[in-house]
Every structure is written in C-alpha cells, then in structure tokens.
Design a protein around this ligand. Structure first.
Ligand SMILES: [Zn+2]
Ligand SMILES: [Zn+2]
Ligand SMILES: [Zn+2]
Length: 757
C-alpha cells in the first residue's frame, strides 16, 4: 500500500522530519519526507496497511512538543516498490497549500542549558547552543522552505562534529538547521562604542562584568539588540535615561532565575509558570515589600517587567557576577523599530552605549520581547511578539474568505485570517515615522508570503489619515483587494467576539483614542455589536481637549477643560506653572482658550479622564510615554481604597465625568492621592458596568465584554467583572489577543471576514 500525506501547520523547524523518519523506521515503512516551499511537510509511505495506520496514529499522538498540526491530507494509491528505504529528501519549492507557518523563536531548552554548563561538552560555554527543540526560528528564517541555506546560518559551514550530529537520526540535532559549535558557528565579540574590537578570551563573561560595573552595553540577541545595564544602583539607569531621552518609561529587566525574581517581586504560581515557559516573555510583576532594586527601573509604578534568560548568551552574562538582574530594554532610536543590524547598531546606538556585545550571525526578522500581565489567572497580552508570533491563534469558527488587517496607529501588528486561524505578526510599534512604516510594510508582505494566503479583503482603521490606512489603500489598489475601513472600538470588540466565537455582544471599549463614526475622538464606549454591525449606545461624557493633542501630552490641560467654571482655573494652573513648558505664558493661552467660548475638540476617552485625574492628584503632569498618567494612577490606587464611594451619575444616558474630576479636585487636600486614585477608578468601573448591564437587559443579551487598553487596568477590570457577574450577565475579557491596539488588526480581519461571507 502507498499513501501520500501532506501535513499543514507548524511542522518545519521543530524536529518534524526527524520525528517522521523515526516513526517510519519504527513501523518498517519505506518512502520519504521533505519540507515544502509553503511551510508544509510532504510524506510518501509504502508498506503494510496496518503499519501505515499505526504510523498515522503515531503522527498525531507522538508529534514533537512544538509541532502544531492544523490539517493532514492523505491520498492512498498503488504501491510502486520504488523505495529501498525511508529517507529525508531535499526540500521542494512547491507552494500549493496555505496555512502552514514557521515556528516562533524558542528559548534555550534544559538539555542545551545542561550541555552549556558541562565542561566536558564541546559546546561548553558556547553562547549559540541550540537543537531541534530550541533556538531562533522566526527571526532566523529568511525564506521557505526551512533549510539551512534559507536561514541566517547560511554562511556557517558545519564542522565534522556538528555534521555528524546533524546526520544521526538518534541525535537531538538531527536536521537541526541552527546546529553550530565554537569551531564552526557564530562568534561573539566585544567592541568599544566606536566598534573597535576588544580581545577577551571570554567576551560574554567580560560583558557581564562591565554591566555589573555600571557600564551601558548594547547586546545583540535573536530578534534585535537590547540596551543593558546594572539594576542595583540608580546611576547607570539615570545615565541611560538621560541619553535615551526616556525620563520615566519603565525598563524591562532580565533576572538570573526564578528564585532571584522572588527576592524583589511577588511571583504567583501562574506568573512563575509564564516566566519559565519556553516563550519566556516579560511578565509584569508587583514589586515585593522589600523591593531592593533601583527605583529608577520603573519610577512611581507598583510593578515592573521581568524576564528570565532565554539564550545561552543571556545565561552566561550572569555567570561570574553578583548582580541579581540587568536592565534589558529594546534598543531603538526614539519611536523607531528595534535595531537588528551591526552597522546600523554602531550608527544609532554608538552615542548611547559604552560597549557593544556583537555576534556575527545576521537577524532575518526583527522581533521584540513579548509582554504579559496577569490579572489573577487571566493572561493579558500587552505585547504578543517573540515566542508567540507568528504562531496562529486557533479560532472556533471557519471563515470562508482570506483577509488581512493592518492595525491602527499605536502598538501596530498585522493579521492574516485564514479559515480557522489568525496569524498575528510580531509587534511593529507606533507607525509614525518612515522606519516603522517600512517595517510594517515588510511585515505585511512577509506574513502574506509565509501563509500563502490568497487575500480578498484588506481591513484598516476608519481614520482617513493614519499611515496604516494609506498602506491598506495602496495594497488594495495594487493587488485588486477590497479595502474595508473598520471603526476602532468596533475592531476592539470584534477582536473579543472573534476570540470567543460570538455573533453578538454588549461591549465596553475603553482606551486613549479612536476615530469615531462622527469624526470625533472616542475612547469610553458602550457598543452593541451584532456580527459586522455595531450601534453606539452610550459613552463617557464628552470633555474638551484644550490645545487638542497637547491635552494628551499635558493632562492638566484636560483637567482644566473639565474643571472650567467650577474653580479658579487660572490660580490653580499658575500654581502648577512648572508643569507647562512655556510656564505663565502657556497658562494664559489656556485660560484665553477657555474664556473665548471657541469650540474645542472633545473626547469621550476613558484614558483622558484617567490622565486628568492623575494630573489633578499631582501623580503625573506630563505623559512622556504611552499610558504614563493612567499607569501611575493605577499604581497609586493599589495602595488606597474607595474612600469617596461616589455613585455614578448620568447625563442623557452617558456616564458623567465632570462630577468625578470635581470631587477628586475638591477632596485632594483632605484625602490621600492613593485613596482618591482608587475612588476614581472605582467610579468609572461602576459607571461603565451599570451602563452596560442596563443596555444588555434592555436589548436582551447576557454577554458583556471589555476590550481596549484600559482593560489592562486590574482594578477597573475586576470591578466591572464583579458588577456584571452580580447582575447575572456573563463577563468576557481577552485571553490570547491583546486588549490594546495590538489586537486591532485581528478585530479588523473579523469585520472583513464577516462582511465578505
Ligand atoms: Zn535545545
Ligand atoms: Zn561545529
Ligand atoms: Zn484602541
């Protein structure tokens, strides 16, 4: 009997062919296996029927841990008797089936880590130790099929020792394309910030010393460069802040191991599991009571981003130092994507760092670290990137048309929706300059090529001036796709509906900004979503933005607009004159604008209200990074309680916010900022829940969902949950898709898929 099998899924780059080889041999079958140009795998078997059936069972039940089989296509034919044995053949270029994809990068496995530590092993202290179960994949693969010449290992010829492992079926490195050793593989080296080589026998160990001494280093990793320094003293971090022009933005850190993490942060069992998973994301952990690292790592925040070493190089950095952790932040010029190229690194980072720790293996795809926050047991993806992308999210429904979404403006990702799978790209960032735009363009085309998807519709944001909207339009015109604009908050809710397979939901969508159907700024919305349609039921009270976008940067402007008419705004602003770049003059302009009765742009954004309260409580007067005022408010609130116990008030069935800001303003000298921060969040959560519950009862649906960047706020989310569940409704939040704008591209594809069906 002969059977031809095609396997679709994540089946290249994870030891799949060696696995097929082994189960074919165990079942005494002849034939071959090979990778295909469409990221799938093709198998031909000849032998006894019972053995073939046994093989097919093994294929499903014994597959390698990282393999994901989406579909198996079989075709039974007459045996030819042409095969003498079973073999792994050279890959074919055939691109015919869509839906397979290459795997994400995988953190160093335990066996490789053990070998790294074993002085008798030829790869002892070799920074680029990998096997079929671990190492870079997405970031190392230039094109398909997954063969060494299509990866960034192309120029490293295997030595005899590596080749022997590569060709031994029983070896863990059988057909591992990234196999390398100190003799034949990539080399790490230290240079000055001008690129002059420094000769050290052990450059990585030396880099660890330099970090501990307080130097700033750029370190090349899998998906780009990190900028690193010590964590116990303020001085190097302050210096880094100064040269990177990042006054307050929290830096992620990499700590030696889980035990060390527990000395400065609270780690729940689930957080421990997430930190140690083979994806090794950054996990936001609450600072421990006796937190002892520099306060400059995450100033005025109650938590900090922590990850564990995920490459041999990372582990080695900690080998001969006492430092419990190092700052490890993505290296990029302001609002540009992470740096990946050695020459570019010298040019863009040379003035920032003291030394470079380079290696000579290029990076094929740029990829930032992923960021996760847990709300008790619930996983929140703040950034879904390294370790996750481009592995697809499994959907419960099969969509007929293939579509792509390109995101909004901040935290952009792109997404290809194909049948029952959503392939979301790595984090692209804020598409506001040419570099990021080019990165997005490349990512969109790469994703379409990788999935071999035959696209019909390209979805984008409703905002006519976003760069992403322009890109979608360009691609649509060129390729003949249909371009479909999707309202921002509708996309947030659709991403939740797509994730949970719902046709209808009562949605609470809260974030900083989204372009509304009426052209106004939205961001605190109660929407009734029904398949690809939505109806805006209510929202937060619209508030003026004094100075337009300046009110986002300087949230006291937002507060001034809200409090105008209730207090002596001018005196209050003058008392805070230092918070405005132009001091008294700027205060005068604000007051004039308020008095002129000119029509100011308004917003219903929840983010802007949180910002205004943060500024009123003097927690943050300038937003130097995304979400800063709201994050500082949340941190303060963790130390307080709902002392004001304000009851939600409504105006034309919208939730009032003027009363809230005024109450906070009036109580600011009587109650602590912590208690007031907590009270403000409680008011908004209660009010939003009340609006949603009322609407749900009226319409007759029982599912309420929460999406948008504000859903990362633990207190707000848990408070809404409490009220919704008490009302008898079901409460849904995201589990696999980012609640913030990283999930917008996915929501857009759901709109496109539904409209196309
Ligand atoms: Zn390994
Ligand atoms: Zn070698
Ligand atoms: Zn949003």
């Amino acid at each position: 009997m002969r059977v031809e099998i095609k396997v679709i899924g994540i089946v290249q780059g994870i030891g799949f062919r060696p696995f097929i080889y082994r189960i074919a041999a165990a079942n005494k079958l002849k034939g071959f296996v090979r990778n295909r140009g469409d990221a799938g795998v093709e198998i031909v078997l000849e032998g006894r029927e019972d053995k073939i059936n046994h093989f097919l069972k093994d294929l499903k039940t014994k597959k390698p841990p990282l393999a994901r089989i989406h579909k198996i296509v079989t075709n039974h034919t007459e045996e030819t008797g042409n095969f003498a044995r079973f073999a792994i053949l050279k890959s074919s270029e055939t691109r015919e089936l869509s839906g397979s994809i290459i795997p994400p990068d995988v953190a160093i496995c335990d066996e490789c880590l053990q070998e790294l530590r074993d002085i008798t092993n030829p790869r002892h202290n070799y920074f680029f130790i990998t096997c079929t179960n671990c190492g870079p994949r997405y970031t190392a693969i230039r094109q398909l099929p997954y063969d060494r010449e299509n990866t960034t290992m192309k120029d490293f010829n295997m030595c005899e020792f590596c080749k022997k492992e590569y060709t031994s079926p029983a070896n863990r490195r059988f057909h591992a394309q990234t196999v390398a050793c100190p003799q034949c593989g990539p080399k790490a080296y230290l240079t000055t910030n001008k690129g002059q080589p420094l000769s050290y026998a052990d450059p990585i160990c030396e880099a660890g010393h330099l970090l501990e001494e307080g130097h700033v280093l750029a370190i090349k990793g899998y998906g780009g460069f990190h900028v690193a320094t010590a964590t116990l003293n303020d001085e190097p971090i302050l210096r880094l802040r100064q040269i990177k022009h990042r006054a307050q933005k929290p830096f992620a850190i990499m700590t030696r191991n889980l035990e060390t993490a527990r000395t400065f942060a609270k780690v729940s069992p689930m957080e421990a599991e997430t930190l140690s998973s083979y994806m090794k994301p950054i996990v936001l952990l609450d600072k421990a009571k006796d937190y002892y690292l520099s306060e400059q790592i995450a100033p005025s925040l109650h938590n900090l981003g922590v990850m564990l070493p995920y490459t041999g190089l990372h582990s080695m950095l900690f080998d001969r130092v006492k430092e419990p952790a190092f700052v490890m932040t993505s290296a990029n010029a302001p609002s540009e994507p992470i740096v990946t190229d050695n020459t570019e690194a010298l040019k863009k980072l040379g003035s920032i760092v003291d030394y470079f720790l380079f290696h000579d293996r290029p990076i094929a795809q740029r990829c930032d670290d992923s960021v996760i926050r847990l709300h008790n047991e619930n996983v929140n993806f703040i950034r879904r990137s390294r370790g996750y992308a481009p592995a697809p999210i499994n959907l419960k429904r099969t969509f007929k048309k293939n579509v792509i979404g390109v995101g909004a403006e901040e935290n952009v990702t792109s997404c290809v929706l194909l049948s029952k799978k959503a392939f979301i790209s790595q984090y692209v960032g804020d598409v506001e300059n040419l570099e990021t735009f080019k990165f997005l363009e490349k990512t969109v085309h790469h994703l379409m090529a990788l999935t071999s998807a035959k696209i019909k519709v390209i979805a984008c944001d409703l905002h006519p001036k976003f760069a992403t909207t322009r890109l979608a339009q360009e691609i649509a015109d060129k390729e003949g796709y249909l371009a479909l604009p999707v309202q921002h908050h509708h996309a947030h809710m659709l991403s939740l509906m797509g994730e949970h397979d719902l046709d209808e939901i009562l949605g609470i969508a809260c974030d900083g900004y989204g372009y509304g159907n009426d052209g106004k700024a939205w961001g605190g919305e109660i929407l009734h979503c029904n398949k690809d349609k939505f109806h805006r039921i209510s929202h937060l009270q619209e508030q003026p933005m004094v100075g337009g976008d300046l009110a986002t940067r300087y949230p006291l402007r937002m507060a001034a607009g809200i409090l105008d008419g209730f207090t002596e705004i001018e005196d209050w602003l003058l008392a805070n004159r230092k918070s405005f770049p132009h001091g008294d003059k700027e205060v005068q302009t604000i007051v004039e604008q308020l008095n002129s009765k000119a029509i100011l742009p308004t917003t219903s954004s929840c983010g802007r209200i949180l910002d205004a309260i943060s500024a009123t409580l003097n927690l943050c007067h300038e937003r130097t990074y995304q979400g800063e005022p709201a994050l500082k408010l949340e941190s303060a609130a963790t130390r307080g309680h709902d002392a004001l116990r304000l009851e939600p008030e409504f105006l034309n069935s919208n939730l009032k916010t003027t009363n809230l800001v005024l109450a906070i303003f009036e109580a600011r000298d009587k109650l602590s900022a912590e208690d007031l921060a907590n009270s403000a969040q409680s008011y908004l959560a209660k009010g939003l829940a009340q609006l949603a519950i009322e609407a749900a009862h009226k319409i007759g649906i029982d599912t309420i969902g929460f999406s948008g960047g504000v859903a990362y706020n633990k207190h707000i989310t848990l408070t809404i949950r409490k009220h919704v569940e008490k009302s008898g409704c079901k409460f849904l939040v995201h589990e696999t898709i980012p609640a913030g704008d990283g999930g917008i591209s996915f929501g857009q594809t759901i709109a496109a898929a539904l409209s196309a069906d």
